[in-house]
Design a protein around this ligand. Structure first.
Ligand code: SPV
Ligand code: MN
Length: 622
């Protein structure tokens, strides 16, 4: 076994760490990108605490992170054009003539490889290349996938060491095989404030054929950390080849008071639409807030594992009232990274934290002063809406005991949720697994600051469209087949936390999601009856009234129930029209999808005729 690189690039200690893996594929990858990117030296990061400390120190030393007043706290800035996932420059490399779904950017593989190779040439000149190993999913489990990260950013490795399980030992278990993912990242040339300078040359190219992703001239974690959204794409492809599900989902345990049981849910929501806050509902336990692998156990039950061990969460509105557990974790001494906050005198400030801001501070925009205006004369917000924190889940008081369970946890419920200000009721149960897949497949949501784009309502099937590297039809077929192979199918629900009244005021409080969760949990255990409507099963007023009283000691007015759960037929039909158009252009969409679409449309049209109105109260369906 040999590493073919110039001797001066790596010292004996680092070389020994690589050789100990006994994996020629790893050595070849390191050699290839050392030759292409031409770093000044190579450092290998194992699972040891010394190596973790080295990475943290490096990130501080090279200015990618800066220490804050509280022990373990650091902050990091991404560039002004690098504050969210960048769909426009993210492409899947495809063979000539291959057709991806319309929503996915792709580029012919040879052309893409040529372009990215040119961008990577000498990009690490004068810099240190880190070679780091992680595990997606619990280590040494049937979920585990090894991930090799090459990067010139100590911040990337540091953030990954918080968000992902260590993988050096996992790579030893690979026994020399090439069954792992690898990621080549460079932040590129850095500006004075240590943010990526050449954002015009930002590229994220996904190479399914070689199980690798390239990411250049970016630092924002959703674009740069191999294991987050880059690995998600590779794992979606792998899950399709191997018949399991790889989803943009949280995993959490619902624990209604006095019931003495835990019921595990997974849930998919587009970014900034309530995914983390659902996983963090007070009194419940969290396993993960972003990405889950679902596999079928020998008992015919679906099991889910969190791919990650940390949270890269949106910090806006994290405060003692809305998110006390996270707020407490973020304000105590522990290892964590804040990105793109306002910093004053070693203290971080963010939007909606429930604390007054200082007069001045440092932000991703530079130095900031209270009252500063942008070019349009509007008050300048120094903190981006997508500003985030990076923290380990085990640091949270509500971490579930099964966080690292190699078996995963049995899934009883799956939730799909979007941001819909007008139409979708707060909670609806699907009629069957196949109907639930249809419900996930028609998910729409208003876009948010987590993605660099304008605000609009977009189709986002299973909240996974940004990562769907297989055609949509293939993806849905896999979901249907997964359910058919189960002996016990989870119930599938949809939620919408964002209904507004005519004046634009939210119809629900943020905390109300706990009631919807308890209703879903009760349905799984056969405890509530439901009302059948054209779009699925909805709660009865009496059950919700009881739950609101029990959970919040609050009255839930019948009129509120009627407003929130009325079916807005025109809006529901218009949505089906939009969805039908999108799917008409997709190839290989399963017949079952179109059947459910047609049936749902007919049920809505029937209701329109029968009731002779556009808005039908839930009480009309009893
Ligand atoms: C999301 O946007 O879905 C996130 C954050 O979870 S990111 O890392 O940008 O993907
Ligand atoms: Mn996400």
């Amino acid at each position: 076994m040999a590493l073919n690189i110039p001797q001066q690039l790596i010292d004996q200690t680092n070389l020994d760490k690589l050789l100990a893996l006994k994996n020629q594929h790893v050595l070849d990858i390191v050699a290839r990108y050392a030759a292409l990117c031409q770093p000044a030296r190579i450092t290998v990061i194992t699972d040891s605490p010394e190596d973790a400390a080295y990475v943290r120190a490096k990130s501080l030393e090279n200015g990618e992170e800066t220490a804050l007043a509280l022990p373990g706290h650091t902050y990091h800035f991404d560039g002004t054009a690098d504050q969210g996932r960048d769909k426009a420059v993210t492409r899947v490399l495809v063979p000539a003539g291959f057709r991806m779904s319309k929503a996915i950017n792709s580029i012919e593989r040879e052309e893409g490889l040529k372009e990215i190779t040119e961008k990577l040439a000498r990009i690490m000149a004068g810099k240190e290349m880190f070679v780091a190993f992680f595990t997606l999913g619990p280590a040494n489990s049937r979920f585990a996938i090894g991930a090799l990260q090459l990067t010139d950013s100590a911040y990337v490795v540091h953030a990954e060491s918080i968000l992902y399980r260590p993988g050096y030992e996992e790579f030893k278990r690979l026994d020399g095989s090439d069954k792992f993912f690898h990621f080549i990242h460079s932040a590129g040339e850095l500006a004075e404030n240590k943010t990526s300078k050449n954002s015009d040359n930002k590229r994220i190219y996904i190479d399914l054929e070689a199980n690798r992703v390239f990411s250049v001239n970016t630092q924002y974690a959703g674009n740069s950390l191999g294991l987050k959204k880059l690995a998600l794409r590779l794992a979606i492809k792998k899950s399709h080849d191997e018949d399991w599900l790889c989803e943009h989902m949280f995993v959490m345990g619902a624990r209604p008071e006095g019931k003495n049981r835990v019921t595990y849910f997974t849930g998919a929501y587009p970014s900034a639409c309530g995914k983390t806050s659902t996983a963090m509902i007070p009194g419940q336990t969290i396993i993960g807030d972003d990405i889950a692998y679902l596999k079928i156990g020998a008992d015919g039950i679906a099991y889910a594992a969190n791919v990650e061990q940390g949270i890269f969460g949106i910090i806006e509105n994290v405060n003692l009232i809305d998110d006390a557990l996270i707020y407490e974790a973020l304000t105590g001494p522990r290892e964590l990274i804040f990105s793109n906050l306002l910093i004053n005198d070693g203290t971080p400030y963010w939007l909606g934290m429930g604390k007054d801001w200082p007069e001045t501070g440092l932000s991703y925009l530079g130095s900031w002063q209270k009252g500063a205006k942008d070019n349009d004369g509007n008050e300048l917000k120094p903190v981006h809406k997508n500003a985030r924190y990076t923290i380990r889940i085990k640091e949270l008081a509500n971490a579930d005991a099964n966080l690292d369970n190699p078996e995963g946890v049995p899934v009883s419920g799956i939730i799909y949720g979007g941001r819909d200000y007008e139409v979708s009721p707060p909670v609806v149960e699907s009629l069957s697994w196949a109907h639930g897949v249809f419900v996930g497949a028609i998910l729409e949501s208003v876009t948010t600051a987590a993605i660099l784009s304008k605000q609009e309502t977009v189709h986002n099937p299973m909240a996974n469209i940004d990562f769907m590297v297989v055609p949509l039809g293939v993806y849905l077929t896999n979901h249907l087949k997964f359910g058919e192979r189960l002996d016990k199918q989870p119930k599938i629900f949809s939620t919408n936390y964002f209904l507004k009244d005519a004046e634009g005021k939210f119809l629900n409080q943020k905390v109300d999601k706990k009631v919807w969760l308890y209703w879903m949990e009760g349905r799984i255990h056969g405890e509530y009856e439901a009302i059948e409507t054209p779009i699925g099963l909805i709660p009865k007023y009496e059950d919700l009234k009881h739950l609101f009283r029990q959970v919040f000691d609050r009255d839930y007015a019948r009129s509120d129930y009627e407003t929130q759960f009325s079916l807005k037929l025109r809006g529901l039909l218009e949505r089906l029209g939009r969805i039908e158009k999108i799917y008409a252009e997709e190839e290989g969409v399963p017949e079952a999808f179109f059947e459910h679409l047609e049936q749902q449309k007919q049920r809505l049209l029937q209701t329109q005729i029968q009731h002779g109105k556009e808005i039908v109260s839930p009480l009309d369906f009893i």
